[in-house]
Structures are given as C-alpha cells and as structure tokens.
Design a protein around this ligand. Structure first.
Ligand code: NI
Length: 157
C-alpha cells in the first residue's frame, strides 16, 4: 500500500481517455488499494485512476457508506437532476456549481472482475458521474455553471 501523487488540473494525463481493464493483475489490485488510501488521506469522496497518473478505467468512491470500486464502469441509466457544489481532488481548495442526474445506475466489474450493477442517488449519483467523467478526460470545470470558487478555509479538509 502506498499513497500516490494526485495530479492537478493542467496535467495532460487528466485530459486523456483511459483504457479498459482486461484482466485483474496484482499490479492493478495494488493500484486499487493505493487509490483508496490516497482518497481517504486526501479526504475526498472519490478518485479515478487518471488522477494518480494511470490511464485505466477504475474509480473508487466512498460517500460515507464504505468503499466502492468500479472497474470499467458504464452508466446505463440516469434520472432526475440535482444542482450543487462539486469539488475534485485535482483542484484542491476549489468548487463550483454543477448539475448532475439525481439518480444513476452504473454497470461495472469489481476487483475480482465480477460484473455488478449499482444504483446511486444524490451524492452517490454525483460522485459516480464525476468519477466516470475522469475516465474520458472530462473535468467538472467543463460542466460548471458560473465561476470556480474558493472553498472557505474552515470547510476545507
Ligand atoms: Ni475529480
């Protein structure tokens, strides 16, 4: 286990399209463990592999209900709408208003490459959309309404 360096906006790797994971190797399992450790240490609710410089379709999320690992995620259904503040570990200290679906269903594989589907609402739906966007080189600044704002110091983690 190790903490990886989180790439920040301006790093080219964040704008590239990630490749599907074809088989689960020890190396990829280590990557997933490192991503979880890195996300928890940074106080984020999600992290995508390109944020640690690896162009693989893997995201980890924990909105407070325990860790979720999505390998090769595909959003298969979206419903409703939510508008709210969104941040990203690749833009520390910033956030902006982004509108996302309020409900999503995502199909993915787990760390054993077993397929599963997961439903997410509210923050979970937002996190799934945000992290899946990273796999296609999309950042929330591409979708924000209005200006990027500074997170008030007392709210910062
Ligand atoms: Ni992000």
């Amino acid at each position: 286990m190790a903490i990886r360096n989180i790439r920040t906006l301006g790093d080219d790797v964040l704008r590239k399209t990630s490749k599907p994971v074809k088989e689960m190797t020890e190396r990829t399992k280590n990557l997933i463990e490192d991503m979880l450790d890195t996300m928890y240490l940074a106080g984020g609710v999600g992290l995508a592999a390109p944020q640690v410089g690896v162009l693989k379709r893997i995201v980890v999320i924990d909105v407070g209900d325990g860790p979720v690992v999505l390998v090769n995620p595909q959003i298969i259904e979206t419903d409703g709408e939510q508008s709210g503040l969104e941040g990203c570990l690749s833009l520390p200290g910033k956030h902006a208003i982004v509108t996302r679906p309020n409900h999503v269903i995502v199909k993915a594989q787990d760390k054993n490459m077993e397929e599963f589907t997961l439903e997410g609402e509210e923050l979970m739906a937002r996190a799934i959309c945000h992290e899946c966007d990273h796999l296609d080189g999309i950042m929330y600044v591409d979708k924000m309404e209005g200006e990027l704002m500074d997170v008030p110091a007392e709210d910062e983690e």
